[in-house]
Design a protein around this ligand. Structure first.
Ligand code: ATP
Ligand code: MG
Length: 324
């Protein structure tokens, strides 16, 4: 069976198809937000127990069956390779930025944009939600975009402006962006749980979380709460990565910077979120303001992209290459 067929067929499984899951358990799962086998398969057992009130044995069995049914356990290297071949890239609208990203932001991965306020992280996200809708041959992913807005900065007017400047129909573009405002970190995690059902149903190919960290930083204050904060953040990022892998979509997160008091020279800022962010995000891009209102982006951590720099500007059509 071809790989694409495999993924399509798999989506049609229902919770009740799992042996031993009666309507009552299925209902408990659904009420807790687990509406698909995929969501069950990637959720830690203790979380299934806590959120759904399941017994330990039931949760273990459920998790195992779900993983087996969707083939998450063992694959041959060739299967992994074939899966990587279905990876697609979405252009950012700036050839320079695409170049340092190896051709654009990729599916099956998390790309993180880091930088201080006003540097253009949100602008890049806006541009990507429009670009993702273009067909693959035009640099898009041929699907919808989904935007989790944690700071209340999503701007439909700006999307309207970007799509008009690109010669697209802004109404259609706006129709194809699903927006959700996350009001706190728990809500943010809940929304991410829902994506396992929403993304395949709506053909979402690009998910933005802007910003991934603001609620966590605002709610967990002080050293004594740091480990809990990091654990929750980790949970959120790992779910997003599983989502990207299972549904072959691109995940974009934005991150803030924090002052590094031990820095004696050079840039005194470093990405917030510590090791958790560093490990969970596939590609990290650090953006700085530069001369003549340009922005300088640099890949700072990636399994295979070199640490290259790109210069771009924020413009009517979103972002584009700087002309200098
Ligand atoms: N239509 C536009 N044309 C040109 N520049 C614009 C336009 N809209 C916004 N900008 C510029 O984008 C910048 C703000 O970028 P953005 O909101 O993406 O920052 P950010 O990195 O998300 O910051 P924060 O951390 O505060 O969320 C400002 O410098 C603003 O002048
Ligand atoms: Mg922003």
């Amino acid at each position: 069976m071809g790989l694409n067929n495999f993924w399509v067929v798999r989506l049609s499984y229902e919770l009740e198809e799992i042996k031993g899951v009666g309507p009552a358990t299925a209902e408990r799962l659904r009420r807790a937000g687990f509406t698909t086998l995929e969501a069950v398969a990637v959720t830690p057992i203790r979380e299934l127990i806590a959120k759904c009130g399941l017994g330990y044995d039931t949760a273990v069995k459920l998790s195992e069956v779900a993983r087996n049914r969707i083939g998450l356990n063992f694959k041959t290297a060739r299967e992994v390779w074939e899966r990587r071949q279905s990876m697609a890239r979405c252009s950012t609208g700036s050839k320079e930025l695409d170049r340092i990203l190896g051709g654009g932001v990729e599916t099956q991965a998390i790309t993180e944009f880091i930088g201080e306020y006003g540097v253009g992280k949100t602008q890049i996200c806006f541009k990507l939600t429009v670009m993702a809708q273009l067909p693959r041959e035009e640099g898009g992913l041929g699907g919808k975009a989904l935007y989790i807005d944690t700071e209340g900065t999503f701007s439909p007017e700006r999307i309207y402006q970007i799509s008009s400047a690109m010669g697209l129909n802004p109404q259609v573009v706006l129709d194809n962006i699903i927006v959700s405002r996350a009001y706190n970190s728990d809500h943010q995690l809940l929304l991410v749980d829902h994506l396992f059902e929403l993304c395949p149903r709506e053909n979402v190919k690009l998910v933005v979380v802007d910003s991934i960290i603001s609620h966590f930083r605002g709610e967990y204050i002080g050293r004594e709460n740091l480990s809990e904060r990091q654990q929750k953040l980790n949970e959120c990022l790992h779910k997003l990565l599983r989502l990207a892998e299972i549904y072959n979509l691109a995940v974009i997160v934005t991150n803030q910077v924090q002052a590094n008091p031990t820095a004696f020279f050079g840039d005194p800022n470093r990405p917030a979120g510590g090791n958790v962010m560093a490990h969970a995000c596939t590609h990290r891009v650090y953006i700085r303001k530069s001369k003549n209102n340009t922005r300088l982006a640099k890949v700072i951590d990636s399994p295979y992209l070199p640490e290259l720099e790109a210069r771009f500007i924020i413009s009517e059509e979103g972002i584009r290459d700087a002309e200098i």
